[in-house]
Design a protein around this ligand. Structure first.
Ligand code: FES
Length: 139
């Protein structure tokens, strides 16, 4: 079946198996920063994407469920050819480790700051968000 998605601002018509998970479709379409950390149990968050601005585990959704919706992956940031303030803050704060889960963490910070710009306490992932928030030049 063909489904229409808006991925990182571009409309795309993609072929999807009716039982295909959104994570698998995105990886197949080249969005390799959407990772698999728990084989679809929904516990690690490494497959996180923004779906209409809300952080979701793409391994828990069927691709067909999100037809017509807006999806953002971390690759959206790379289209800008410069680090965005969240990426810069991660580097300045020294929280980038092996990098496997970093894309999902950055999307989580993005969503959190959109929802609650004054958020200043650590949340999920044991992330030192205070340090990241402090290092953001302006938001
Ligand atoms: S792969 Fe772990 S939550 Fe989706």
């Amino acid at each position: 079946m063909k489904i229409l998605l808006n991925i990182n601002g571009l409309n795309r018509e993609v072929e999807a198996n009716p039982t295909e998970k959104l994570r698998d479709l995105l990886q197949r379409e080249g969005f390799v920063a959407v990772r698999n950390g728990c084989d679809g149990e929904g516990t690690c968050g490494n497959c996180s994407v923004l779906l209409n601005g809300r952080l979701v585990n793409s391994c828990l959704l069927l691709a067909a469920q999100v037809e017509g919706k807006k999806i953002h992956t971390i690759e959206h940031y790379s289209q800008m050819r410069e680090l965005n303030p969240i990426q810069e803050a991660f580097i300045e704060s020294g929280v980038v480790q092996c990098g496997y889960c970093t894309p999902a963490m950055q999307l989580g910070v993005h969503e959190l700051l959109e929802r609650s710009p004054d958020q200043r306490r650590p949340i999920g992932y044991h992330l030192p968000l205070y340090g990241i928030r402090t290092d953001l030049p302006s938001h």
